[in-house]
Design a protein around this ligand. Sequence first.
Ligand code: NAP
Length: 279
Amino acid sequence: MAAIMDGKALAAKVKARVAERVRDLERKPGLAVVLVGGNQASRVYVNGKKKDCEECGFYSEEHHLPAETAQEDLMALVRELNGRPDIDGILVQLPLPEHLDEREVLLAIDPNKDVDAFHPYNVGKLMIGEQAFQPCTPAGVMELLDEYGIDPAGKHCVVVGRSNIVGKPQAMLMLQRNATVTVCHSRTPDLAEECRRADILVSAVGRVNLITADMVKEGAVVIDVAMNRNEAGKLCGDVDFGPVSEKAGFITPVPGGVGPMTRAMLMVNTLTAYFLERK
Ligand code: NAP
């Protein structure tokens, strides 16, 4: 039976560590979150970030802009936030409404305030192993592995999904930690066979029960990044949790696994940004 990797408990520990460091600072680190329009889920995320900031002793502010906001107005806000000395981190909640150019907005964020690490400058830094910020979700996964004493070095890590925000940076972080990495995606011919080779399997797809027990090696570490709703409307990941947890050595639950870690790593990145500002 797999050990459950408790992301909720670890996230609380990580935030407590951040709060501890903030206590002695002469100024509170500041995070600005920008939400344009936004569905219910985005609003929930933004409220969560506000709560995390309070727990960590950060200053935070939210900018809720109407869905019909013009590109130029959003760009002006980003430029203003770039210039504010009390704001260390800027997070523009994605996705943006269709009419807005997401790429242009992300490019406009000062790379030293880019706490999501989505700016091409920070993506490039990650590629060469000189990153100041690690993208929050894959960084949260690495933190979970460390907490449970799992060293990726020499292990075969299979990442399912190749998005810019999860799959690709996850593969880079695993590589930096000396894992042998395979990245799978929708065109991978035999996903089950690739997954069975994994000592560490990270699934970031968004499909209920994509990863079944027959795809998992005995004793493997199974990390479920996905956040889906099943037919009953219940939050779940990509992994068929019950049967897989009988075979895996370690497994993350959904909810309570990677999700809380993503939030906690945003706080870590905001603190990092504070120190970058002061350099
Ligand atoms: P995404 O941009 O939609 O990417 C999904 C990836 O899965 C793509 O690379 C796609 O391949 C691949 N894929 C789709 N069907 C597949 C299949 N049948 N077999 C193998 N690969 C397949 O999604 P994302 O933004 O990376 O998010 C992935 C999941 O993680 C979602 O459920 C999302 O909600 C969740 N998420 C959770 C957190 C968290 O904090 N826990 C954070 C971010 C995202 P192609 O590239 O070939 O299309």
